[in-house]
Design a protein around this ligand. Structure first.
Ligand SMILES: C=C(O[C@H]1C=CC=C(C(=O)O)[C@@H]1O)C(=O)O
Length: 361
């Protein structure tokens, strides 16, 4: 395995997506794309790509054609020690609650139905943060072995920023002509061994509404691209180490086999699981209320030269900076009529635990 210190060669680990069914690793950089349309064109001309799409559809992505792609049939697993303790600085949680209150007023006034608002915390460490070790702790802690790592920026940069996380949410996957998505929205903190909060979530009208908006957006986005689409009427519960979510597994068949996994991701992103409804109003509100999200709530994944691939929603993550002494961790939640500002702060705190635990926080 390439270490984090390796640079610019076919041994440099550029990308990892670990899933319950296996792991895709990308090494080295043949070409780099900051424009997602250019990357989609490259795939159509026979290139494979790995990397990350930004939250903002017009924002710079970080996609590369790797020199080597390695596919294994098991989740990523590396023995690493516990993280050195870090210092976590929370931006004032009361500010997040105020932001939620402002959104609730707009929702009550009928200006929008849902918006996903997020906040970040800063992690500082005296010892160097090793992103590969963070990934290894994330995959070890996740029940499905989910995890991802994207080394960012110029391939010759010796110590680039790295996005690392463990997402439970499949934006879209293409295998041959089969398309699948597993949108998540509607959440509750989870205590292992106790499903009370999960059952309450499944019965919550507010959370079902928050979830249904995501499912409907995916139905609208995929219908023109699919000859068949199966959308279950009811969500089911999905458990991560820290959270319960409402999830709906959607399966379809693409109408045109030339539509690649990257085309599909571009067509449906950003869903109301990370942005809101109606899309433009939610997007504008996020821009007014938050600093630029960059890659957080974008998508991370891969697409091979045949157009197959898988893209996860880029959540439960941190951006480890080039100095390796600090990282920024992110979490957000969907706000709809009936959301409680203090419960939203608690929800972001619970979501942050996933990545903070792996960072040593
Ligand atoms: C935006 C995040 O989660 C999304 C995904 C699942 C459930 C969500 C929710 O219930 O609000 C969010 O839509 C995040 O974890 O930062």
């Amino acid at each position: 395995m390439a270490g984090d210190a390796a640079t610019g060669t076919s041994d440099t680990l550029r990308f990892v997506l670990s899933r319950p069914s296996g792991t895709v690793e990308g090494y080295g950089v043949r070409a780099r794309f900051t424009d997602r349309g250019a990357a989609a064109d490259a795939v159509r001309s026979g290139a494979g790509v790995v990397g990350a799409l930004a939250f903002d559809p017009d924002g710079p992505c970080d996609l590369t054609s790797p020199q080597r792609r390695v596919v294994t049939g098991t989740p990523w697993a590396r023995d690493v020690g516990p993280a050195a303790p870090v210092e976590v600085t929370e931006s004032d949680p009361a500010r997040h609650a105020e932001r939620v209150r402002r959104a609730l007023k707009l929702i009550a006034a009928g200006e929008l139905e849902k918006v996903v608002l997020a906040r970040h915390v800063t992690v500082t460490s005296a010892a160097a943060i090793d992103p590969v070790a963070v990934l290894s702790r994330l995959t070890a802690a996740d029940p499905g072995g989910n995890g991802y790592l994207v080394r960012l920026g110029d391939p010759d940069e010796p110590s680039p920023a790295v996005l690392v996380g463990s997402s439970p949410e499949v934006l879209v996957r293409r295998t041959g002509t089969t398309v699948s998505c597993h949108p998540l929205a509607g959440s509750a903190p989870r205590t292992p061994g106790d499903d009370t909060a999960g059952r309450a979530l499944l019965a919550s009208g507010k959370d079902r509404h928050e979830h249904a908006l995501v499912v409907e957006a995916l139905r609208r986005g995929l219908t023109p691209l699919c000859s068949e689409l199966d959308v279950p009427a009811e969500p089911t519960l999905v458990a991560t180490g820290q959270m319960w979510h409402l999830g709906t597994p959607i399966v379809g068949r693409i109408a045109d086999p030339a539509t690649t996994a990257l085309d599909l991701a571009i067509a449906v992103h950003p869903t109301p699981a990370v942005c809101g409804s109606p899309y433009e109003r939610a997007f504008d509100l996020i821009r007014r209320e938050e600093p630029d999200r960059g890659l957080y709530t974008g998508a991370v994944g891969w697409c091979d030269e045949h157009g197959d691939g898988e893209w996860m929603v880029a959540i439960r993550c941190a951006l480890v900076d080039g100095s390796r002494t600090s990282a920024t961790a992110y979490a957000g939640g969907g706000i709809v009529d009936g959301s409680d500002p203090d419960a939203e702060v608690d929800e972001t705190r619970a979501k942050l635990r996933t990545v903070l635990g792996a960072l040593g926080g």
